[in-house]
Design a protein around this ligand. Structure first.
Ligand SMILES: Nc1nc2c(ncn2[C@@H]2O[C@H](COP(=O)(O)OP(=O)(O)OP(=O)(O)O)[C@@H](O)[C@H]2O)c(=O)[nH]1
Ligand SMILES: [Mg+2]
Length: 376
């Protein structure tokens, strides 16, 4: 996952920092430093306390329950206080460090490698612009410690990319408990992973003791109904269907009525894959939305399609106003540009990532894990 992007970022920041180290003008500045007492002292003292505890413990093996009381003995407390005093002692002095400084022109020149790396990894242009501005604020005309340039650039990059996910918070399991039945419609282009994702969500709901039904509103292909039925059979979940070619909105209506009468928690509606350019299918999707009045409209997009995926979210959002995104096929996505860009560009949260074809291959969005997979 995201191996390409990880390598590219590493490579580009190395080149960037090397050029700053080599080419940027140098300046020696004096800084105030507060040095903490040597870690060694801390360790020795702590070991002593630990040792005391162990000895007390060994002596009192018969009275284990008294152990907690035992370590509160006054002499141990005194020892800790003395240790605290030492810990609070800071040594202050001045240090001369060598720094490097780059102006805006130089920054633009040096950012080029990183820009290329992000472009090649399918990161959206608007996102690259945002990253560039953030880095510029951090790096231009400020003293950068020599020998630490690469670290400084990576830190700045990390905080900029993390900022792309500020509003990315969405707890689906909590959300579906707000209403009964809670109706979710899944939309997206052909083959993006809608049906597979629905089965994964159904499994997740089951794992959380929530009942659900699947609605086969993709009546466009006979095989689509069969595919959903297979998942339903495997998971032991009822599938509401009509004949191939039936009105998808009517199937949705049936499904919701069934869920209401049987007090089912969640209705998961599968729809046919469609492109924005296909007016008939887009109108059909609008009718599905009008009739089923979903509580949530989820766009399922293939992470590997990069910028196309972002354009598709925009198109579907324009047509029906989507609420959230699930990105599929991250397991086969080396680049990760869509994963990084889509939430920032569309303002919609990513709820889950699909990471394979099994029911359990659905990962909740996690910023820290995402940052780790791109190596920063
Ligand atoms: N590797 C991988 N494959 C996936 C993932 N999600 C779905 N797939 C595969 O992608 C293919 C298409 O998935 P479907 O769920 O049929 O996609 P769809 O959007 O329902 O397709 P249409 O109904 O034709 O529009 C299938 O072979 C799935 O097994 C994923 O997260 N990782
Ligand atoms: Mg399908």
């Amino acid at each position: 996952m995201f191996k390409f992007l990880k390598e590219k970022i590493k490579e580009a920041t190395k080149i960037f920092s090397k050029k700053v180290e080599e080419e940027a003008p140098e300046e020696r500045i004096e800084v105030k430093v507060e040095e903490k007492p040597k870690e060694k002292i801390v360790e020795v003292k702590e070991e002593k306390v630990e040792h005391k505890k162990t000895r007390d413990f060994e002596e009192k093996t018969e009275e284990k329950e008294l152990f907690r009381g035992e370590i509160k003995k006054p002499e141990v407390i005194e020892e800790k206080e003395e240790f605290k005093e030492k810990k609070g002692f800071f040594k202050k002095f001045h240090e001369v460090i060598t720094t490097k400084k780059i102006d805006e022109e130089k920054f633009d020149e040096l950012f080029y490698e990183l820009e290329l790396a992000l472009l090649e990894s399918n990161v959206a242009l608007e996102v690259i612009e945002k990253i560039k501005e953030d880095l510029k604020k951090d790096l231009v005309d400020s003293p950068l410690k020599k020998g630490k340039i690469e670290e400084t650039i990576l830190e700045s990059l990390k905080s900029s990319i993390e900022g792309l996910f500020e509003d990315n918070k969405f707890d689906l399991i909590k959300k579906v408990k707000e209403k009964k039945p809670f109706v979710i419609v899944f939309v997206g282009v052909n083959g993006s992973g809608k049906t597979t994702t629905i089965a994964k969500i159904a499994k997740k709901l089951q794992d959380n003791n929530l009942s659900c039904i699947l609605v086969a509103a993709d009546t466009f292909r006979a095989a689509a109904i069969q595919q959903l039925e297979e998942h339903g059979n495997k998971l032991g979940i009822k599938v509401i269907k009509q004949e191939y070619g039936a009105d998808p909105a009517a199937v949705c209506y049936d499904g919701i009525k069934h869920a209401e009468s049987k007090k089912i928690d969640v209705v998961l509606i599968d729809t046919a894959g469609r492109l924005h350019s296909n007016k008939n299918l887009i109108d059909e999707m609008k009718k599905i939305i009008r009739i089923s009045k979903p509580d949530l409209k989820i766009f399922v997009g293939e992470s590997i399609t990069g910028n196309d995926c972002i354009e598709q979210v925009r198109d579907f959002n324009e047509a029906i106003g989507i609420d959230a995104i699930i990105l599929s096929k991250l397991d086969v996505d080396e680049k990760g540009g869509a994963a990084i860009s889509v939430s920032y560009i569309t303002g919609k949260p990513i709820i889950y990532y699909g990471t394979g074809q099994n029911y359990d291959n659905l990962k909740e969005f996690n910023k820290e894990e995402l940052m780790k997979s791109i190596g920063i």
